[in-house]
Design a protein around this ligand. Structure first.
Ligand code: GLN
Length: 484
């Protein structure tokens, strides 16, 4: 059962071959067995999950179940859940219980999905390895001395280790795609504005976007269809009709034009990753797609632009955590100012503090034009490059990450090395485009490699179709680590 697709699970539930309570218990017991090692979950809600499963079983019995009713789900701990702790993997919010649900959370509750728990992540979604967390690093599902990838590492590992069949994440610069790649699962980040940010704790608001993890593109399509949709409570939510992202899955790949950016295939990619990516591209050609070289000349500026814009927004967003309105308050202060200072000094981890300092600096008077404004101009150029490339192709393909998962601790002392891991993913967020990562092979130490597909605005259905076509012809997405 733990290897079944969402479609198979839904059919089994609706055919009464299994109940949601049984399915939920199976997931909870797998989590109880594996989580002490993998550390993918920060909070597991046994009681709440079983109550939701019982309600789902009643709904199924009454004949009004949807495709996700009764299916266990995990949320990244960045999504506010009413009555269940939302920590953002920070000491600052270790004791925070939200009085309301994020839009994504309420959408999935309405769909009848069963929330089993909240997953580990980099603190406030800042990181690429899932090591920047108050609760200890999440471990890669395939090799436990390796990083999970980040920032949504817990969700990727939870799906890869078959602890849950589906999970949510967020992607500001690659945080859905990169951990999906490193754990051999599929993950999609839609066009900016497709998934409401209401109740999703903000890191860099103009880049943050909720996304979906599943074992396959088909599973991601089902989950994304339930998460997405207009929400008037998020001013950047896009007012478009809801979509069924499974609608094009079975369209053939023949005639699809895949753009291969020169810059993605120059230096930078490890040789083992390159082999797997080249093989995947060859497979696409075999399946009837054509490839064309495209250019993203400004993509190399994406990391510097991002590390001005994202910290700038973060420094503003995180100012709300002051020991008064939310979260941790230090003891033993002697003035209002020292209370703020001590609370923030104690509550935030080193990477979060680094970003706040950088963000405050680039926004300060005298530096704003030199850094922030310049970065915004680069952002526009990067978005224009993509539009030009899409004149020649339907989707863009390349690696998700330049390397397979590295050893825990290996890059933690070198922030710049860590930032460079997002070299292929970050430009997509700056442009607001949809991106997907699917498992396409293995590299050194048999660790998973992810192929990244990038689409034009609102082309999620085509990205999912492109991934699904590959998954119909290959079995990388069906492989799972041997665990417990
Ligand atoms: N690794 C990037 C960062 O640290 C992206 C993280 C994300 O997408 N949330 O900011």
């Amino acid at each position: 059962m733990i290897q079944s697709s969402l479609t198979e699970l839904a059919a089994a539930l609706q055919g009464k071959l299994v109940s949601s309570v049984e399915l939920t218990r199976a997931c909870l017991s797998r989590i109880d067995t594996l989580n002490p090692t993998l550390n993918a979950f920060i909070t597991v809600d046994h009681e709440g999950a079983l109550a939701a499963a019982r309600a789902a079983d009643e709904r199924i019995a009454a004949g009004n179940a949807g495709p996700l009713t009764g299916i266990p789900l995990a949320h990244k701990d960045v999504f506010c859940t009413e009555g269940l702790r939302t920590s953002c993997a920070s000491k600052m919010l270790d004791n925070f219980v939200s009085p309301y649900d994020a839009h994504v959370v309420s959408q999935l509750k309405a769909a009848g999905a069963v929330l089993v728990g909240k997953t580990n992540m980099d603190e406030f979604a800042m990181g690429s390895s899932n090591e920047n967390t108050y609760y200890g690093p999440t471990r890669n599902a395939w090799q436990q001395d390796r990083v999970a990838g980040g920032s949504s590492g817990g969700s990727a590992v939870a799906v890869a280790a078959r602890m849950v069949p589906m999970a949510t994440g967020t992607d500001t610069g690659g945080s859905v795609r990169q951990p999906a790649a490193m754990n051999g699962v599929t993950g999609i980040k839609p066009t900016y504005g497709v998934v409401s940010r209401y109740g999703m704790i903000a890191y860099a608001s103009s880049l943050d976007q909720g996304g979906a993890f599943g074992r396959s593109a088909q599973d991601c399509a089902l989950l994304l269809s339930a998460m997405a949709g207009f929400d008037p409570r998020d001013s950047t939510s896009i007012d478009r009709p809801a979509e069924d992202y499974t609608r094009d899955l079975d369209k053939p790949l023949a005639g699809l034009r895949i753009g291969l950016p020169t810059e993605f295939f120059a230096d930078g990619m490890d040789a083992d990753v390159r082999l797997a990516i080249d093989a995947a591209i060859a497979k696409y050609r075999e399946l009837g797609a054509t490839t064309v070289e495209v250019s993203l000349p400004n993509a190399k500026l994406a990391i510097p632009a991002y590390y001005v814009i994202a910290p700038a927004e973060a420094s503003s967003n995180l100012s709300r955590f002051d020991g008064v309105r939310y979260g941790h308050r230090a003891e033993g202060y002697d003035s209002l100012e020292s209370m703020y200072e001590k609370s923030r000094a104690e509550g935030f981890g080193a990477e979060v503090k680094r970003r706040i300092l950088v963000g405050t600096y680039v926004l300060s008077h005298g530096y704003y034009d030199a850094y922030y404004l310049k970065a915004q101009k680069l952002r526009r150029l990067i978005a224009q490059d993509f539009q030009k490339a899409f004149e020649q192709c339907d989707v863009i393909a390349g690696p998700t990450s330049p390397t397979v998962a590295w050893a825990i601790g290996e890059k933690s002392d070198d922030p710049v090395q860590m930032y460079l891991q997002d070299i292929y993913t970050i430009a997509v967020n700056l442009a607001g485009l949809p991106g997907l990562s699917l498992p396409c092979g293995t590299g050194a130490n048999d660790l998973p490699v992810g192929l990244q597909l990038i689409g034009n605005y609102f082309d999620e259905a085509r990205l999912l179709q492109t991934a699904h076509g590959f998954q119909q012809a290959t079995d990388w997405h069906l492989r799972s680590p041997e665990l417990g």
